[in-house]
Design a binder for this molecule. Sequence first.
Ligand code: ADP
Ligand code: ZN
Length: 728
Amino acid sequence: MARPTRVAASATIPVLMPLWLDQPYDYLAPEGVELAPGDFVLAPIGPMQRIGVVWDGAPGDPPPKKLKSVIEKLDAAPLPEVSRRFAEWVARYTLTPLGMALKMMMSASEAFDAEAQRWGYRLAGSVPPRMTPGRARVLEAAANGLVWPKSALAEAAGVSYSVIDGLADAGALVRVELPRARMRAPLPDFAQVELGPSQARAAHSLREAVAAGAYSVSLLDGVTGSGKTEVYFEAVAEAIARGRQSLILLPEIALTGQFLARFEARFGCRPAEWHSAVSPAERGRIWRAVASGEAKAVAGARSALFLPFADLGLIVVDEEHDASYKQEDKASYQGRDMAVARGWLGKCAVVLASATPSIDSIVNVRRGRYNHIRLEERFAGAAMPNIEAIDMRIDKPERGRWLSPRLVDAVNETLARGEQALLFLNRRGYAPLTLCRKCGHRLDCPQCTAHLVEHRFRDRLACHHCGFMLPTPKTCPKCGAEDHLAPCGPGVERVAEEVAERWPEMRTAILSSDLTPTMKALREVIETVASGEARIVIGTQLVAKGHHFPRLATVGVVDGDLSLATADPRAAERTFQLLNQVTGRAGRSGTVGRGYIQTYLPEHPVMQAIVSGDREQFYEREIAARAEAGMPPFGRLAAVLVSAKTREEAQAYARAFALAAPRASRIEVLGPAEAPIAVIRGRHRFRLLAKAALEADLQAYMREWLACAPQAKGSVMAQVDIDPYSFL
Ligand code: ADP
Ligand code: ZN
């Protein structure tokens, strides 16, 4: 028979599965079903059935009889072409299998389920045979004759769903289909703000960038409190007015209830939120609304970049310098850089906003790739904070205390003026090290090269690398001595203890992720800070990100040197950004803010730059140093992390891996060297680094290297990280 052959030949299609696969595989289309690239389909793979995507390109030509058939086409908006190209781009750039890049775009399994029909209830007019007080309340609540969603009716009458079901069964309520809940549309002119002159100029160029409907990158570089959010909201307004979608990426979006409220005040409704704390059902709903183009604005974490936008007109990356944009687990990618790539593929405007732009972005401005839009002053003439370095070698705290007399005085003055003070320490827990004063034993993690951190509030010692926990022991596990275990050094809990001793009558708030485990709790604490109720705030980097605390006048950095002492080539940049951002929280409305940085290195260029406020000098120095060393953005890096259950295995494989490195004129391979954290979760770690000149094709080189490296056997694993940020 001719017919099946003909159909099979013309209906072979490539399907990509969201699995560890480098390419799509060919399938037969089910008879009579038209399939086009981007369509979601259910298809067999091995013994399973999975949802995959019809990919572009011609199918290969294996004998048709070997092909399996697609089971069905799903009723979902297709994955847009630009998303498919983006998946390919991400896969190529990060050396991730294409299927895994697709998987990141499908991280909303409920998007592919049929949407649940929602039901409402209306009074039928008849009286049920049996009456109860609960039933009576329902009938009374529904007496207005309107259609009630089940949950609303149950709540209004104070009854459980079963009471409503009972009334429906008895014929006293009629069940009616409810229409699908639609996303509310943000209104571009809901509440316009009056912009200052430099804000207006900045907003104008951003609006033009959006209106151009072409790829562009603008670095919105403005001091803390200059109104960057208000300014990029104008770009969002422009996109909305043109019917196009906007994506705003924020670090720690989950915490920024304040941001959502500001968006609502400006546009009349909240944006769709996308982050790990969004429920699966909501993720499904948002995914569909983004794909259909109904969701006009999404505020999200870096993973929102992989949503299937139907018509994306603007991407904003707020706090673009923030290290949390770099994802390291699973696929490793730098969200900010991927946002730029997505903008380029989708021909849309990209805005990178920061008070302390990354060196990479500043250099891109100098190379003429990005527009530079500056806001040099705080809004409404608010002054920049005065910053002072406290030399801890001279201004020493008392024994067992962590705040120097100078900082204590500053907090006292602040409180006396009725203002709020923040003490910042980027370290969770009570003490970073516990040791036995009798035998000198240090309490270390059994699975990592790391000290256990005491968390006194939870009465635990914890490893911050693997999550290992132990109830805080009373006796030394080595020598058995009782009451000789001593905490060494401070964490936020210990600073909070000192604050409680020094200012017992003051209301305080601690912002640390482990003390406020739920998002709701965290948002509540942030609210007490924003309202000024909490007079002294003690916090980790959670406080540094994007919040607006109007009463905050004084910021004290308990340990300004903490982030300098790492093996990271970006340590100076990171410290500069963090200190700037934290001290920039001070004095944002009216009062003159003050920042105090406790340091043992007051002459360090980072401290000098922060104190003098001469950021240009810092950027010059740092850029010159990077150029000199050929470090990013003047060269490119790729890291290989080799790990295994034993040190010997890891080392032997790392050496063999290094020997397999292809020769290339502008690429140099460094290592293997034992990682600074030599063991994590019981796995021994070695690092290799490929350092390439800008013109070299680092990805091609790494692919070649991986192809000729020996097979990893046993417990050995090798992971590649393009553009690494972590060197631990
Ligand atoms: P940044 O993001 O640059 O630190 P924000 O956008 O958070 O600054 O603005 C700081 C504060 O100033 C916010 O409370 C904001 O509402 C206010 N603000 C900024 N610009 C204006 C404006 N044009 N009109 C009214 N308030 C503004
Ligand atoms: Zn550990």
